[in-house]
Write a protein that binds this ligand. Structure first.
Ligand code: SAM
Length: 238
């Protein structure tokens, strides 16, 4: 079934509070002990996505003083560098375990930076986010949304952003679709949630529907990790 209804979100939350938390904390971490080569490769790919997103954001000028919503912040891979550049970060995630870990890492990483503001961490799903931010970023979260729900999620994120929205997602192309299907023939214990790929054109159309356009793109790939990155702005804004 393409649309699994509200149940899917419960499954995702439960996964990222338990097995998924342990798995992704390890992948996004720095230690190498007990991390297999596939996980190390995903770590590398994800780090490139974070780096790419940061440089896209910096291209728009200094981040200091700008409000940024990091939607689905995970363990804080993006929130922490953003805060260290002086951005006013609101970081949230559906999984309380993730948010707690992000907060712990931020306290550690930013301990000697009394000059900057700690991100504001909150356990919250994307749908219940409100308010207005200069920038909204949502990295590697769309993979948990079937296309039917992704469109509404993108529209919602755009409604929270004043000037920029940065999204990353696993691209749906013939090649990756095939790769994913092959992968699904061999379900491992870590594959506790469904993964959804998205066609770049569909993401772009969802943005256009609500008056946004893509002005910057990136593509990140390592052996086992692949992501498209798009930066969108409201139509009419340079
Ligand atoms: N954005 C982070 C990063 O790039 O480091 C984390 C990416 S991780 C693959 C996906 C994250 O999305 C998990 O932490 C998960 O809990 C979160 N997530 C999934 N569905 C969500 C939802 N509906 N609302 C908020 N967070 C969600």
């Amino acid at each position: 079934a393409e649309d699994v209804g509200g149940g899917d979100k419960e499954v995702v939350r439960d996964y990222f509070n338990n097995t998924g938390f342990e798995r992704w904390k390890k992948i996004y971490g720095e230690a190498t002990e007990g991390v297999n080569s596939v996980q190390l490769d995903i770590r590398l790919g994800h780090a490139k996505t974070v780096e790419n997103a940061l440089s896209m954001l910096r291209d728009g000028g200094p981040l200091a003083g700008l409000s940024v919503c990091d939607a689905g912040c995970g363990t804080g891979s993006l929130s922490i560098p953003l805060a260290s550049e002086g951005a006013l970060v609101s970081a949230s995630d559906i999984a309380a375990a993730m948010v707690a870990e992000a907060e712990r890492q931020a306290r550690e990483a930013l301990a000697d930076r009394p000059d900057i503001q700690m991100p504001k961490f909150e356990a919250k799903d994307l749908e219940s986010l409100d308010g207005k931010f200069d920038i909204v970023v949502c990295l590697d979260v769309l993979i948990h949304y079937p296309q039917g729900k992704a469109e509404a999620m993108i529209a919602h994120l755009a409604s929270l952003a004043e000037s920029r929205l940065v999204l990353s997602f696993a691209p749906k192309t013939l090649y990756y679709d095939l790769l994913k299907r092959v992968g699904e023939l061999f379900p491992g214990p870590s594959k506790a949630t469904r993964a959804y790929l998205h066609a770049e054109r569909d993401v772009e159309r969802a943005l256009e529907k609500v008056g946004w356009r893509v002005r910057n793109r990136g593509f990140i790939r390592t052996q086992f990790y692949f992501a498209k990155l798009v930066e969108a702005v409201p139509v009419g804004l340079a």
